[in-house]
Design a protein around this ligand. Sequence first.
Ligand SMILES: NC(=O)c1ccc[n+]([C@@H]2O[C@H](COP(=O)([O-])OP(=O)(O)OC[C@H]3O[C@@H](n4cnc5c(N)ncnc54)[C@H](O)[C@@H]3O)[C@@H](O)[C@H]2O)c1
Length: 331
Amino acid sequence: MTEETWVVTGGAGYIGAHVVEALRGAGRQVVVVDDLSTGATSRVPADVDLEQLSVLETGRLTGLLRDTGAVGVVHLAGKKSPTESMSDPLLYARENVGGVVSLVQAVRDSGARRVVFSSSCSVYGSPDLPSVGEDAPTLPQSPYGESKLYGEQVLAAAARAHGIGVVSLRYFNVVGAAGPALRDTGTYNLVPLVFQALREGRAPLVFGDDYPTPDGTCVRDYVDVRDLADAHALAATALGSGRSGGTYNVGRGTGYSVLEVLDTVRAVTGRPLDHRVVDRRPGDPASVVGDVRRIARDLAWTATRDLAEMVASAWAADRDQSAPRRGPDRS
Ligand SMILES: NC(=O)c1ccc[n+]([C@@H]2O[C@H](COP(=O)([O-])OP(=O)(O)OC[C@H]3O[C@@H](n4cnc5c(N)ncnc54)[C@H](O)[C@@H]3O)[C@@H](O)[C@H]2O)c1
């Protein structure tokens, strides 16, 4: 039997590179599409084709889907900072919403009939619930969250109109790395920010300790990037077996406060770590924890790695940046 080909947009990025590994591990051929705006060629294995193009280039994307005979696309390409989206909302409309529109057009005009979409728990905004299910109200608090929600809606409409199978995965907070080459080099998320502070010998900032949570700091649901990547492979399999699709939270269903994450970093790294409490950041919800029963039921996915394992893998990858690269430098 010939292997199915899947295109991974954003496959040179942090999460996308782990998705490439998971799909290949599940026996699929993979082609990466990435404009390398934040991605790195060193994250793409040497035996995986990398097409440097923007998902906004609909004609080239359609041609690629046709030429490769791809059956589906995992769409991760996009911008990911809620804070940046507040100051540059048009960038998020163009890249995230425009990216989905362009992708749907390319899928519709090619033979690919399946899409796994990288959505986010930011579609929920500030849920006033101990744990938030997929049917909870969606009230995003930033143009980033709005762009993810609208992306889901465009895909759902295209699924109905054009018979495309769509799974939208709402990621919670992603941590960890399968190795140094794949680590999160961005500084948007808590753990990379704490590591950066450690490297620079300064105290990491804690934004607010007067939230209505047990220790006053924000509570989030953290998921290991390797577990998250496996969810994409299971979604691809489900779509291939005729399942029409759906929307799923991807988290552990467990909340940790910022102070608990700092304690875990102290335990894993063995480094002393003093933090500094500063004012709340505008728009930060007190607590966002996922109800993850639906994905367990439908896709037989549950997170296997706990917070200490996530932080340990991220720390090992961060410390070992000088390790040999996985593939030859393409640049
Ligand atoms: N990291 C998280 O905690 C998190 C949480 C929820 C959702 N997400 C979503 O997951 C996806 C991947 O996030 P990440 O953390 O890996 O970020 P990343 O910046 O490492 O990866 C994004 C990749 O997309 C590429 N890209 C951006 N715009 C493109 C375009 N127009 N055409 C082609 N390629 C383009 C970048 O070069 C990069 O390789 C994003 O859509 C993000 O919104 C991330």
